[in-house]
Design a protein around this ligand. Structure first.
Ligand code: FPP
Length: 235
């Protein structure tokens, strides 16, 4: 029988939403919102690391985000590369392992290289795993796993949950205990759709650039009050 995690929190996944609205409120261009959003990543990483969290996943670019205007996509790509360049040494020093989830092949070679450099340099770090979902889509992830299983004559007729999990981008990463979405939305938006089967969900009106240490405390407090039953009658 699969053993589920205790209520102690191991993995938090965040849908970072509201950069555009943050900029709008300040009569600034959307790019300024994304810049503020990228700057906020480090504050949030540090807070979760300080409370001893082992896995943090950030949804930074979805497979659906390609439908945005080209200049906005360029801004997000540039921010990923510049944030990686600026933060890598320090994140490595903090013993944080960086892992990418999503489709690397669909990315510009410069972006792909930047992500791979982060993964290579931090490969052996052990304090916390920071998972960056970039060009990530939950359906694409599942489809990819299904294609791999179907292509293997030994397993195509008897797939099971373990085999599917083995071929997800998140292989070896525990399912998220808590999924946080900022900016008041109540959607999963194709994020970790397999892995979130038993995740607790928390939504806050706060926009991502303003999501700070206090907001994290509020989310964790809400999580502590939840009863996780996994379909049973007691925890
Ligand atoms: C959602 O806000 C935010 C995004 C789609 C992009 C998030 C990207 C970053 C924070 C920068 C790069 C990432 C890293 C990890 C350095 P939105 O534009 O959907 O906001 P809106 O709904 O208010 O318009």
């Amino acid at each position: 029988m699969k053993t589920f995690p205790s209520k102690n929190i191991r993995h938090v996944a965040v849908i970072m939403d509201g950069n555009g609205r943050w900029a709008n409120e300040k009569k600034m261009p959307r790019s300024a919102g994304h810049r503020a959003g990228a700057s906020n990543v480090r504050r949030v990483v540090d807070k979760f690391k300080n409370i001893g969290l082992k896995y943090l996943t950030l949804y930074a670019f979805s497979t659906e985000n390609w439908a945005r205007p080209e200049h906005e996509i360029d801004t997000i790509m540039e921010l990923l590369v510049s944030t990686a360049n600026n933060q890598l040494a320090d994140l490595d020093e903090s013993n944080i392992k960086i892992v990418h989830i999503g489709d690397k092949m669909g990315l510009d070679p410069k972006v792909k290289r930047s992500i791979e450099t982060c993964e290579d340099i931090t490969r052996d770090n052990t304090e916390m795993t920071l998972c960056i979902a970039f060009n990530y889509g939950g359906r694409a992830e599942l489809l990819n796993a299904i294609k791999i299983l179907l292509s293997d004559p030994n397993i195509k007729d008897h797939p099971d949950e373990e085999l599917i999990e083995k071929h997800l981008y998140t292989h070896n990463i525990p399912d998220p205990d808590l999924i946080i979405r900022t900016a008041g939305e109540m959607r999963l938006s194709n994020f970790l759709i397999w892995q979130s089967a038993y995740s607790e969900y928390y939504s806050t009106e706060t926009l991502w650039p303003d999501f700070d240490e206090h907001e994290i405390e509020l989310a964790l407090h809400a999580y502590k009050l939840r009863t996780r039953k996994y379909g049973t009658i007691s925890e």
